[in-house]
Design a protein. Structure first.
Length: 94
């Protein structure tokens, strides 16, 4: 029974470390996506918890600069789509 207990303990430790690494990665990616400094948020996740860091990032939201970048991308896509529609209308209209 001793070997089985060691195996279960080892598997639990591996599972916990793997889960922590996934949580840290998710925190870093979310911070970068929201326009925040990823290493600082990685430190917050290490000190407290990745879940707390992710919730905190979600509460803060995106930075104004990141919101503007996203808005610019959306507007560019809209303009491209409008031009494509105009081209199709002129082709079909002729």
């Amino acid at each position: 029974m001793g070997d089985f207990d060691l195996l279960i303990g080892f598997l639990f430790i591996v599972w916990a470390i793997f889960g922590m690494l996934i949580g840290l990665h998710a925190t870093f990616v979310m911070a970068e996506k929201y326009g925040r400094f990823g290493l600082a948020w990685l430190t917050v996740a290490l000190c407290f918890s990745p879940i707390i860091a992710i919730l905190w990032l979600a509460a803060l939201g995106k930075t104004d600069e990141k919101e503007f970048e996203d808005w610019e991308k959306i507007e560019l896509r809209k303009r491209k789509f409008s031009k494509e529609l105009e081209k199709k209308d002129t082709i079909l209209g002729e």
